[in-house]
Write a protein that binds this ligand. Sequence first.
Ligand SMILES: *Cc1c(COP(=O)(O)O)cnc(C)c1O
Length: 411
Amino acid sequence: MCATNATAIYIEADRNAEPNPAGAPAPEGVIPVAVPCVRGKEWKYLKECLDTNWISSAGPFVDRFEHLMASISNTKYAVAVSSGTAALHTALMVAGIEADDEVLVSDFTFIAPANAIRHAGAWPVFIDAQIDTWQMDPELVESFLKKGCFKKGNTLINRSSGRRVKAILPVHVLGHPVDMNPILDLAKRYDLIVIEDAAESLGATYDSKPVGSLGHMGCFSFNGNKLVTSGGGGMIVTCDPDLAQRAKHLTTQAKMPVADFRHDRVGYNYRLTNIQAALGLAQLEQLDDFLSEKRSIAATYNHALSNVPGIGIMPQAKWASSTWWLYTILVDPEKYGRTNIELMDLLRKNGIASQPRWLPLHKTAAHSGSQVISNKVAEHLHHQALSLPCSVGLDPEKANTIAKLIRGFVR
Ligand SMILES: *Cc1c(COP(=O)(O)O)cnc(C)c1O
């Protein structure tokens, strides 16, 4: 028995974190980077859960949420799960990724997809970003597959590790799609599975097609900092009934449809609750409004920051419709006279939160020693990127004020 009373575990690192980690409310008077916007049928649907006693891991809102996601993503099936990371882990498993397989994944991204690869027992091979889209570079994918791999029978083997290469996991980061056509062509040529991580880009399109619908499967997250939130949750979308069926089965403890609790393999409890789905559905119904607000915030920033020396604005390829999920600038210290971190500190003193972006995943301790195919673009983006306040509901005047401050800080 413990001698002391129970206390919450306080994680030291959190003290230094930004004012609004993962979509949490910011302190009074601070403009947060990205927080949820609740102004649809959230209350109504949640009350319906409580009134009908459908509060746990099945229920009508789970079905409705899945249907709307499938329809928005232009796919036949959607399987709701407990998080975006669970969606990725499940997608990898039902795609047949096994221990010691390898999966090509973006180097410049949040860590979840690389972790999911390890959860499946496989290994990431990190692919650097293109400088003009900040997304996975198809040319590096091609050169790795061409020069770094060889065919042995029907399997593709990585020359340097000797492992099987099975799949590509492009991550559509910050609201912008990856250039998918060359990646899909390569996947076909080399017989690889494509799983899209669309967690940050719900609503974005590539050549007018919704992200998540382009590969064999697409994965989404409804964490609090994402454009649409269910508090926490995720979704797998696909046009393949077999993959959808296996994903549903595996995420519900692989329970067979018989009364006496038989299970045909070791499954997972990755279910989304009806309460989460109720929140998620109410949010998803507002997607069009959310997207148009995000796009107008981005347009305001793009306009106001376009001629500030040393500030690079967020790209949008001609084949893309970005959601501008996290509006992010590049701060060139030579020309701007300050680093991204110095700018973050100045903004914070003015009551404005901002966030630098990810250390390239191959450099993070959790995945150190992994292979990386690199042009050092991820390092460059890491050194210069800063995400600005861009929540749905942000007054466009505020975006203008923030842009003016940034202009005023040039040295
Ligand atoms: C948020 C996110 C995820 C999934 O996150 P969960 O918190 O598990 O829902 C996956 N990939 C990327 C790129 C993300 O940003």
